[in-house]
Ligand binder design. Sequence first.
Ligand SMILES: [Zn+2]
Length: 227
Amino acid sequence: MLSVNLGWRDVAFADPLERALGVPAVVDHNVRAMALAEARYGDTGGADPLLYVYVRTGVGAGLVIGGQPFRSGAHGVTELGHLRVVERGRPCACGASGCLETVAAEPYLAERARALLGRDSQDPLADLAEAAHGGDGRAAAVLEELVDRLTTGLASAVNLLNPALILLGGAFRTAPEPVFDLVRDALRARAFPVLRDAVQVRRATLGPDAGVVGSAAVALDRLFYDA
Ligand SMILES: [Zn+2]
């Protein structure tokens, strides 16, 4: 398997787990597992296809179609964070530059919040949104730039994959509602007309254990239901 954030390539991750635990192990992408958890157990109204976007250290995505996680090729569609959204942008861990996650993930938001607010922030997205709501024009500009870049990536996903629902998780799961209004408005302006009317954008419905729930669903599918 490959993990850009951990710097791993071609690591047979299930093998040492099976040796250590003495039981069969299956490995899947963390965000794809979260997406499956939302599709199976979340409050999504059965929306299909479902695109789940997770913003933390990076920006990942999982797509569930007809109740099954979409796994194309080696890495599926999980690397939304490596869509190029900035020309001549910052270098990214993947080797390219200007990737979405260099300007939308939490490390970048923490850096911008620290420069703006003069302190470390536990929740930079919420703090930036609160400052913007309180009339801080610089915070509003940072937020606007973030939404612009995020929705540039999301619009590509909408145009190519036509999801019925996009759930934003991770840092966005607890973001103030006005942030979602900004995302919806910006996405409408960027996505293909027919599709933008059909797609909803909401916050993730499951809590921080979505990955654990999704992993259990992946293991059940593989080991018991042979999906
Ligand atoms: Zn990248």
